[in-house]
Write a protein that binds this ligand. Structure first.
Ligand code: SF4
Ligand code: SF4
Ligand code: SF4
Length: 356
């Protein structure tokens, strides 16, 4: 039985393409849609129907293959860091790992097994960056390296990230992962810099820019995931949840995200059933990290400074020959910005980063 009504595939595709801001598509939209707020003004969200996921891992393979050119190629030997307690994080010799997040694995399948309402369940949950609406990782990055784009994609610019891991410290799910021996710190301050670059799902921003869907969505044989304007995805998530008597995760977590999950089993039960820890995020209720007044103030005061710093670093990266895609983050749309002290020396004592 079909569990919820969707627009025709043709209309969905037109809305998806229009939401990417591709020119001329407004002409294809029905008159009523043209008069309404353009989907191009809206950020994109993804919706996972967890009742359909069989945990086959085709999405993980597609992500690894598609994004392999973006993976780090570290230079050895790694500079000795000061203070010497700053640890090396080298995933380059463990690239085959797929059961957690790493700089070489931006998506993995988390599985939950148990009993709910007297029935046994097995639910598989594809996990990666949630692409938060007001992302603390971007708002508090001291260097402007992490940023949110107008279409809702949250990216870390590997050309200017210094690997200080502030993004990971403030992320409710500790998503970004560090690789040592790569990035601008090697040229600027190899012994004192952030010890690498942070990596995570970039929502296949380059495929989106070409009007393609993210690789993980395209590869799934069971059509578990879809992408579209957020209001449409939220409405679909609610309809789906209603029809299956299910539950939603991601709509309000961390103040709202652009990754929605719908499950027939409550997320607190799934959270208790999944393995969590380094590179394995939980499914707990995540409070809005940016609701903290101090963080808000820091962000509001220092946004312009971080923007300038990012520009200088980008120029430095270009001059030192490291800029692979200069300008690709031109539409970054930071809602706020930082002022917390630059975190350049690696994990801090309260940093669950030591979970790496
Ligand atoms: S989302 Fe699709 S491709 Fe990925 S594990 Fe689930 S069923 Fe397989
Ligand atoms: S999930 Fe974490 S890394 Fe991803 S956008 Fe949100 S705060 Fe940033
Ligand atoms: S959106 Fe792209 S980068 Fe993110 S998990 Fe899917 S395939 Fe990987």
């Amino acid at each position: 039985m079909k569990k919820h009504t969707s627009p025709s595939p043709d209309l969905s595709r037109r809305r998806f393409l229009a939401s990417l801001g591709l020119g001329g598509l407004g002409l294809l939209l029905p008159q009523g849609a043209q008069a309404a707020k353009s989907p191009a003004d809206e950020e994109l969200a993804t919706l996972h129907d967890l009742s359909k996921c069989v945990g086959c891992g085709a999405c993980v393979e597609a992500c690894r293959e598609t994004n392999a050119p973006k993976f780090p190629e570290p230079t050895r030997p790694f500079p000795k860091m000061f203070p010497s307690t700053v640890k090396v994080e080298d995933w380059s010799t463990k690239r085959q790992i797929t059961d957690r997040l790493t700089p070489y694995n931006w998506l993995y399948i988390q599985s939950a097994r148990g009993q709910f309402q007297g029935q046994r369940f097995e639910i598989h949950i594809p996990r990666r960056c949630m692409h938060c609406q007001n992302p603390p990782c971007a708002n508090l990055c001291p260097w402007g390296a992490a940023a949110r784009q107008k279409n809702g994609v949250v990216r870390i610019d590997d050309q200017i990230c210094l690997g200080g891991a502030k993004c990971k410290t403030v992320c409710p799910w500790k998503i970004p992962m560090r690789q040592t021996g790569v990035g601008l710190y090697l040229k600027l301050m190899p012994r004192y810099g952030g010890n690498g670059v942070m990596y995570k799902c970039d929502r296949c921003f380059d495929r989106l820019a070409k009007g393609q869907k993210p690789a993980c969505i395209e590869a799934c044989p069971y059509e578990v995931q879809e992408i579209g304007p957020r209001s449409e995805m939220v409405a679909k998530a609610h309809a789906l949840a209603r029809n299956m008597g299910g539950y939603i995760y991601g709509e309000t977590e961390n103040g709202g995200t652009n990754s929605l999950y719908v499950s027939p089993v409550p997320f607190d039960i799934l959270d208790a059933a999944v393995t969590t820890g380094p590179g394995k995020p939980d499914l707990a209720k995540a409070p809005d990290m940016m609701a903290d007044e101090t963080r808000m103030a820091y962000a509001a005061l220092f946004a312009p400074v971080a923007g300038i710093v990012a520009g200088v670093l980008r120029l430095g990266s270009r001059l030192t020959g490291g800029d692979k895609d200069a300008g690709s983050k031109g539409d970054n749309d930071k809602k706020a910005k930082p002022s917390e002290p630059p975190d350049t020396s690696g994990p801090t004592p309260d940093d669950k980063e030591n979970w790496s």
